[in-house]
Design a protein around this ligand. Structure first.
Ligand code: DGY
Length: 428
């Protein structure tokens, strides 16, 4: 245990850059939004001042409309080292931030949960309270943006406008909705991928995926990143169960934070309840017992069973029978974790791919969320088994970005920050 703790801390130290942590030196050389949240959870055990710093750097780049960009670019990193970089996104500069550039899309809002975790662990409470006081109104605006401007479906859930916004980039959950987006491979001649120079291409999204990612990002950019009229104009609008479960969990965390900073927790509790109810009404398929992504343009639920459909387990307000159904699914041959933890996709699906990013591999961040969900609903034994499974793959494979769900081998980036960070949290 001491050895893993040491290795994980070294990964976080090596990936620290001035005022933020990079997810990976090789593959992701800037600051990523949901990565920053998971990283802060781990830094709370190792270097709490850096945990706050990471969150502050990210929220210093928040847009006036409340959106928190999915990448904050480091001006010292060459445009050649990551695609799509600042020139592609062409986003308005962040006021007050020297050469501060960002993307214009978002990622799951795990930050309130992270901020609460960092606060809970703090030994210097007054300093931590000051950090929370700075963050609270910003976290609130982030939420308001998501259930306001992004409520394209009109039911109180946020829609994502790009697979990258889910953080689960090439999840089979998007396959049907993405089929509506033309895949123009000539875009890849003009815009060179960088990820496949540093990672094995069979472990990454395909070129067809990338052509669609570029087309969608360009369309949103060319509309000035406007959200009005998305329903009429945009080709990809999806309500993701994981994104929205996290949106709900953020309201629970904000209720706790509100009490510390002297704000009213009640509206946050109401909002969390509202989101939980909307998830049950709109994204639950009683036939599978799981939650499924909804294509807002067609009203269809994707048939794919993905780990995102288990994540509503993190909501404390989920009814008992729903919890039981999710547990049954998580323990089934599709997601069961006798060996490696929960895979990102149904192991029995014909297109399950043990190597390709979110189409099969095990990811620690979603497993960490499930582990919290299990504890929230009083399933301590199942949580303990999942924790052991996570620590086992990390101990054996290293702090990899993701893991082979069959043999537990590490894949993707080797020194990946959120794996290291969440290992520290699991060991605490
Ligand atoms: C990437 O670069 O692959 C990220 O997942 C997109 O944000």
């Amino acid at each position: 245990e001491a050895d893993l703790r040491q290795r994980a801390a070294e990964v976080l130290d090596a990936n620290w850059e001035r005022d933020h942590t990079v997810p990976s030196r090789a593959l992701y050389p800037h600051q990523w939004s949901w990565d920053a949240a998971f990283i802060a959870v781990g830094l709370a055990h190792h270097a709490p001042e850096r945990a706050w710093w990471d969150l502050r750097s990210l929220f210093a780049a928040q847009w006036a409309d409340g959106r928190v960009p999915h990448i904050v670019f480091d001006p010292n990193v060459s445009e050649r080292d990551y695609f799509p970089g600042p020139a592609f996104w062409d986003a308005p500069p962040v006021p007050g931030r020297l050469a501060g550039l960002t993307t214009g899309i978002v990622q799951p809002p795990v930050h309130a949960v992270a901020a609460w975790e960092v606060y809970r662990r703090a030994t210097d409470r007054p300093a931590a309270r000051a950090e929370l006081t700075w963050l609270y109104p910003r976290l609130v605006r982030q939420q308001e943006y998501l259930f306001g401007a992004r409520d394209v479906g009109g039911a109180g859930l946020a829609s994502i406008v790009h697979p990258w916004e889910s953080g689960l980039d090439n999840s089979p959950a998007w396959d049907r909705a993405l089929a509506a987006v033309p895949a123009d491979l000539s875009l890849l001649r003009r815009h060179r991928r960088q990820d496949t120079n540093v990672a094995d291409s069979s472990h990454r999204p395909t070129d067809t995926d990338y052509a669609r990612y570029i087309a969608l990002a360009a369309a949103y950019r060319d509309s000035g990143y406007a959200d009005a009229g998305l329903a009429q104009r945009h080709l990809f609008l999806v309500e993701c169960p994981a994104f929205n479960a996290i949106l709900g969990a953020a309201e629970h965390a904000l209720a706790d934070i509100a009490e510390v900073v002297g704000a009213d927790p009640a509206p946050h509790r109401d909002r969390a309840e509202h989101i939980t109810k909307a998830l049950l009404d709109r994204l639950l398929d009683p036939a599978t017992g799981m939650f499924h992504a909804r294509d807002v343009r067609t009203g269809e639920l994707t048939p794919a069973r993905c780990v995102s459909g288990l994540l509503p387990l993190i909501l404390p307000g989920l009814p008992e029978d729903r919890v039981a159904a999710l547990l049954a699914e998580a323990g089934s041959g599709r997601f069961g974790y006798a060996g490696p933890p929960v895979p990102s996709y149904d192991r029995t699906a014909p297109d399950f791919d043990r190597l390709r990013y979110w189409r099969g591999p095990v990811w620690i961040n979603v497993n960490w969320l499930l582990w919290r969900g299990l504890r929230t609903h009083g399933h301590a034994a199942a949580a303990g088994t999942l924790r052991t499974a996570m620590l086992d793959v990390i101990r054996r494979g290293g702090c990899y970005e993701y893991f082979d769900p069959i043999d537990g081998a590490g894949i993707g980036a080797a020194a990946f920050s959120w794996t290291a960070a969440l290992a520290l949290d699991l060991l605490a």
